[in-house]
Design a protein around this ligand. Structure first.
Ligand code: 5GP
Length: 124
């Protein structure tokens, strides 16, 4: 998937559309998902233009990767989900139903999260 500079998260980063910000660091931004599927549903994104984990892991400087991973942990602590547990998830590409072509990690918590995967169908 090519990076689309007009994707919704790029527009949030440029301040063109609002978000409910949770946390911001030098290289990362966290905000509430607009359609939460758990009591806690926060998205953490790098500020850099990376489509997915493949792109980020291949191209991002170590400082951006460290900042991003630390931001995920810090947001989980801030959200108060560490004691009871939480799930992080990053959809990458078609089979995972990634809908926004800017890397994002979902943080889900505040409920029993159930099975790790829904039922899909084999593609290979
Ligand atoms: P994906 O399916 O790509 O892993 O997840 C994309 C997520 O972005 C979805 O959970 C969706 O609700 C969220 N989302 C889409 N548009 C917006 C928006 O404009 N603002 C916020 N805060 N979240 C959005």
């Amino acid at each position: 998937m090519a990076y689309d500079p007009n994707n919704i998260f790029a527009r949030i980063l440029r301040g063109e559309i609002p978000c409910k910000k949770v946390h911001e660091t030098a290289h990362s931004l966290a905000f509430h998902d607009i359609q939460p599927v758990a009591p806690t549903h926060i998205l953490v994104i790098p500020k850099g233009a990376y489509v997915d984990i493949e792109d980020f892991s291949a191209k991002a400087p170590d400082a951006e990767i460290a900042d991003f991973i630390r931001a995920v942990g810090e947001v989980a602590r801030m959200a108060g989900v560490v004691a009871d547990g939480y799930r992080i998830l990053a959809n990458n590409g078609r089979d995972a139903h990634q809908t926004v072509p800017h890397l994002h990690v979902h943080i889900f918590g505040g409920m029993k999260l159930g099975a790790m995967l829904g039922h899909g169908e084999a593609t290979q």
